[in-house]
Design a binder for this molecule. Structure first.
Ligand code: ADP
Ligand code: ADP
Ligand code: ZN
Length: 214
């Protein structure tokens, strides 16, 4: 059976980048609430009687999308996956509790990156609109500016990667998601990886952490 891997870290820590490596190496599926929600930004959630009627309104402000919406997405995705790397979830303690009810984890990774590095990573991030590959204007630029190396698609900047929204997301992370990291740490399950090296250096540590824990 393929491993069940959870990857934790602040916005911009490198979760998506390392998840792509994990998928190639371990044959698992990348389950990411961020991508799932971006594909469903306009979904009508008005029947839930929440503050806003679509996920996109929360996302563009850097706020968390409410648990009932996100929990449902994760439950369905995990049921369908033969091994996974889960990225972007859980983001608060209630989600962590829910996750423990629907699945068992083999490895919990935490990418440790300082806050001042995060803003630079987020504001320079560019994503391929065709295949989702991730670049950085300074730290991992494509060969030709604005064009994806993998598929030739156009690169764009996510709306929530503006400096203002990036800072708000980091604040929301500190308030809601940092306790989730502590929760797994207290359970003794956390494999802490220094996320500030080059992508290849971080990958070497991530791979080793998975091989020695799975
Ligand atoms: P997350 O999924 O945690 O938000 P990403 O994997 O999308 O993070 O990475 C955020 C940005 O930082 C991207 O532009 C990516 O190219 C860049 N990046 C990822 N890992 C590193 C690294 N080790 N060093 C420098 N930049 C990185
Ligand atoms: P990053 O890793 O760069 O912070 P994501 O792509 O994971 O960004 O998430 C983008 C946005 O999607 C978040 O700011 C939030 O609004 C929403 N989102 C993603 N995952 C969750 C989650 N588990 N719970 C609530 N909101 C979420
Ligand atoms: Zn592409």
């Amino acid at each position: 059976m393929n491993p069940h891997i959870l990857i934790l870290g602040a916005p911009g820590a490198g979760k998506g980048t390392q998840s792509d490596n994990i998928v190639s190496e371990f044959g698992v599926e990348h389950v990411t609430t961020g991508d799932a929600l971006r594909s469903n930004k306009g979904m009508d959630i008005s029947h839930l009687g929440l503050e806003y009627d679509t996920p996109g309104e929360y996302m563009d402000k850097g706020e968390l999308v409410p648990d009932p919406v996100v929990n449902e997405i994760v439950k369905t995705a995990l049921e369908e996956a033969d091994g996974y790397v889960l990225d972007g979830y859980p983001r608060n303690l209630d989600q962590a509790e829910y996750l423990s009810e629907i699945t068992d984890l083999d490895v919990v990774l935490y990418l440790d990156v300082d806050e001042d590095v995060l803003v630079a990573r987020l504001t320079g991030r560019r994503v391929c609109e065709e295949c989702g590959a991730t670049y950085h204007v300074e730290f991992s630029p494509p060969e030709e500016e604005g064009v994806c190396d993998e598929c030739g698609g156009d690169l764009y900047q996510r709306e929530d990667d503006s400096e203002e929204t990036a800072r708000e997301r980091i604040r929301v992370y500190e308030e809601n998601t940092a306790p989730v990291v502590e929760f797994y740490d207290d359970e003794g399950d956390l494999a802490r990886v220094d996320g500030e090296g080059t992508p290849d250096e971080v990958w070497a540590d991530v791979r080793e952490a998975i091989e020695s824990n799975a």
